[in-house]
Design a protein around this ligand. Structure first.
Ligand code: NBX
Length: 809
């Protein structure tokens, strides 16, 4: 799909006239943005249709990736890159006096997720299309994306993110593909005259689910897959049954916000309804599609794979059963065998709080028929297992126990594959967290280490470094990420190392300007840019980072002549709206930033910048400029991490605990090219077993640590006494759940090592180069290929070009 400059300009100006009756000079940046977006969509639309028809005619097996979150970020630049149009469009617009970068900034982030899980889903969508794999996304079209974060007086304030208020050029509403989803009411089995039983769902609330499809453009291969997001409406014929505002609101709320407030019952119920909504709509539409195309449901497993991304879509299992058994009259055993073959599940955390559990009463009331089916699955599981294994194991693994429905159990029992997202995480699942299940189904467990869309995180986000790579190792890395390894040939080449330093400096200067514009803080762009960007969560230990900064500050205050390697600490993080403790940490970081950034005596040795509203597009600005990548979670708690991979790819040095994929990064670059510190996972577990961690002892025995901790409560950091006390108590009164004090000294030493390494620029640059060169193995292209081969059993389809060629034969 290439285009000449002349043709592009002609099409662009025609489109501008057609849409707005405007000339380039008259058009606003927004007009230019929508014009370009419309032209892009119109251009890939043909391949989109061809791809869909090709999947239908070749009868290839397809995967449907169900995820409650998708975080694609901005689509325009990525579509241009993948279409092979980026350079031409940039140059053509320049001829017309338009800066493409200005237009790109108009697009709101499609922020339908809050963190790694949602971003992973979107990296996978890009890679699935780029590998020519038949794959579709299925999720919810939230009216409001994840909240917009503002800091007011250092506090996080959540504002609505009205990303759809000006429309969304990328999506196509498909009324003809709407389905109905039923909630509430009463379900029972009615006995017919012949003695058979039929399920009846009485007085349900009926909702119309309408899909909005977005093309997922593959990288220069003509494949365009579909991300299908569902919206909810009241069906016309049901208008009469929605009498109260309250009832109407319930439907609106279904697709209104991501993660409704779950601190109350109504919020939790809404969340459960959202889960069933997109599960049911997606599953129905899959089965309807395959039936309409003449497939036999008896071997649907040869055509369909459904992936359950975390437990949120676990109701795919009973919903698939409901359709096969209730609607298609298939017998239970056959339907169950098919369900297991079709479904697969990824676990993204070992934290108990995220392994969803729903009260029986709530699930029964939200969808009584689904509850019955889960009960039957549970009954048969217990029956099948009884006598073969310990009763204790059955009790611990069954789906319903003590009035609670365990969604992870449902996902594992109802699927053929359960995977973790990094080696350590998958081992912990097998050996600890899901050990009972591993004993029951050893062959179902496997590892798929996460990956990232390297095109976005290098080619789009870091053109400066990309060009340097082209000049040094050629352009094959743009198609085959493992070719980044060719850079290893230059690890001692001073010219290349120098060019690498220059590229990083360009990115740092650009970020410094952005920081000044956004926050007013002027940072030293020759300082170490030390970056921690991820959800704010106690286990990720932004607190450890904060304590270290307090230490540096106290050191400088105590000895004003002290020279340190200048640093800019950069944070990006949102805290869940009801996560009080995480918000307290944000407040203290912001107050410390205020203190340090305005302290004349510190000069530019130390600055803290907490950028508001962390998002995919903000990450694209920060990551290319990072020197240090903070991956400092308590060992065993971070399932994988993916910012670690993005930062490494962009040449940052990882400062890490041996957690998640950090271990695989260490294996890739070697001990000399990463800075490791802290407890290992085995040591953490030893503390658990012996119950012998005493945080207070660390406080008591270290003067240095005591000074730092006391600074939280002694007024050193202004305007945050409440939050300071809360954090202080979490460490000392409640014994420091995430071993921050235990790892503090080791972390300080590791930070000193970082400063020391940085002072030898040649050494540092070599480390940086080795990180870039070894980042290819974390390409999501490879990760999805492994999912495709081992789990989904799908094969790359012919590209639209091949299909075109064949039809012309
Ligand atoms: O998934 C994240 C993990 O924390 C990362 O280590 C991992 O790299 C990433 C992709 O595998 N998990 C995550 O983002 N979880 C959530 O956002 C989440 C949200 C709601 C919820 C449970 C988890 N109830």
């Amino acid at each position: 799909m290439t285009i000449s400059k002349e043709l592009f300009k002609e099409k662009f100006m025609d489109m501008l006239t057609e849409k707005y009756a405007l000339s380039v000079e008259e058009a606003s940046p927004y007009d230019l943005y929508t014009t370009l977006a419309t032209l892009i969509r119109a251009t890939y639309a043909k391949d989109w249709g061809i791809t869909r028809r090709a999947y239908n005619t070749t009868h290839e097996k397809q995967v449907y990736y169900f995820s409650i979150e998708f975080l694609p970020g901005r689509m325009m630049k990525s579509n241009l890159l993948n279409m092979g149009w980026l350079d031409t469009v940039e140059a053509s617009l320049k001829d017309l006096g338009i800066d493409l970068e200005d237009i790109l900034e108009i697009e709101p982030d499609m922020a339908l997720g809050n963190g790694g899980l949602g971003r992973l889903a979107s990296c996978f969508m890009d890679s699935i299309a780029s590998e020519g794999l038949p794959g579709n996304g299925n999720g919810i079209r939230y009216k409001y994306g994840l909240f917009k974060q503002k800091f007011i007086d250092g506090y996080q304030v959540e504002l609505p993110n009205e990303w759809l208020s000006r429309g969304n050029t990328w999506e196509v509403r498909r009324d003809s593909k709407a389905v109905t989803v039923k909630f509430n009411g009463h379900a029972y089995l009615k006995e017919l005259e012949d003695g058979s039983l039929v399920p009846i769902h009485e007085n349900p609330t009926v909702v119309r689910a309408i899909p909005y499809d977005t093309g997922m453009v593959g990288y220069q291969n003509g494949t365009v897959n579909t991300l299908r997001l569902w919206d909810a409406e009241i069906p016309l014929e049901e208008e009469i049954n929605y009498r109260s505002i309250q009832q109407r609101r319930e439907i609106e709320d279904l697709t209104s916000v991501l993660y409704p407030d779950d601190s109350n019952e109504a919020g939790r119920r809404l969340r459960l309804m959202q889960e069933y909504f997109f599960v049911s709509a997606g599953t129905q539409s899959i089965i309807r599609h395959f039936k309409a195309n003449g497939y036999n449901l008896n071997n649907i497993d040869e055509y369909v794979a459904i992936h359950i991304n975390d437990t949120h879509p676990a109701m795919c299992v009973p919903e698939f059963m409901r359709i096969l058994v209730d609607e298609e009259q298939m017998n239970w055993e056959r339907a169950w065998a098919l369900t297991i073959k079709v479904m697969s599940y990824t676990n993204h955390t070992i934290l108990a709080e995220a392994l969803e559990k729903w009260p029986v009463e709530m699930l029964r009331s939200v969808q009584p028929r689904i509850y019955q089916i889960i009960e039957e699955i549970d009954r048969r599981f217990v029956e099948q297992m009884t006598g073969t294994i310990d009763w204790g194991i059955i009790e611990r693994t069954r789906i319903i126990s003590n009035g609670i429905v365990h969604m992870a159990h449902l996902a594992i029992i109802g699927s053929h594959s359960t995977n973790g997202v990094a080696k350590l995480h998958s081992d912990l699942l097998k050996n600890v967290v899901l050990h009972d299940f591993y004993r029951l189904y050893p062959s179902r467990f496997n590892n798929k280490t996460n990956g990232i869309a390297e095109r976005r995180w290098m080619q789009l986000a870091n053109p400066t470094l990309s060009h340097l790579l082209d000049e040094t190792i050629g352009t094959s890395w743009r198609f085959e990420a493992s070719d980044l390894y060719l850079l290893m040939n230059y690890k001692d080449d001073k010219k290349v190392l120098h060019a690498l330093a220059k590229a990083k400096q360009v990115n740092k200067t650009r970020l410094a300007k952005f920081i000044e514009k956004e926050t007013g803080v002027i940072v030293n762009d020759h300082a170490i840019f030390d970056v921690q960007i991820k959800r704010l969560h106690a286990y990720k230990r932004q607190l450890l980072n904060l304590l270290h900064i307090i230490k540096l500050y106290l050191d400088l205050k105590e000895d004003p002549k002290k020279k340190i390697q200048p640093r800019v600490f950069i944070f990006g993080a949102k805290a869940a709206p009801s996560y009080h403790y995480a918000k307290a940490i944000i407040k203290v970081i912001n107050e410390l930033a205020n203190l340090i950034n305005n302290d004349e005596s510190i000069k530019d040795q130390l600055k803290i910048v907490f950028l508001e509203n962390y998002s995919v597009s903000l990450a694209e600005k920060i990551i290319p400029a990072a020197d240090v990548s903070e991956q400092i979670s308590l060992a065993s708690k971070e399932a994988s991490g993916t910012s670690n991979m993005k930062l490494m790819l962009n040449g940052a040095i990882t400062l890490a605990t041996l957690d998640g994929a950090n271990i695989e990064i260490r294996d890739a670059v070697g001990d000399d090219n990463i800075v490791i510190f802290g407890l290992t996972e085995a040591e953490v577990y030893a503390y658990y077993e012996q119950a012998n961690y005493r945080a207070f002892e660390y406080y008591e025995s270290s003067v240095e640590l005591r000074k730092v901790i006391d600074a939280l409560i002694d007024g050193t950091i202004p305007n945050s006494s409440q939050e300071g006390i809360e954090i202080y108590d979490s460490l000392l009164k409640y014994n420091d759940e995430f071993f921050v004090l235990r790892d503090f000294a080791d972390y300080v030493a590791a930070q000193e090592k970082v400063a020391h390494l940085y002072s030898d620029q040649e050494k540092w640059l070599k480390m940086s180069l080795i990180n870039i060169a070894n980042a290819g193995r974390f390409s999501a292209d490879d990760t999805v290929k492994k999912y495709a081969e081992d789990i989904w059993r799908i094969k790359p389809n012919k590209t639209p070009q091949q299909v075109k060629d064949e039809t012309h034969d």
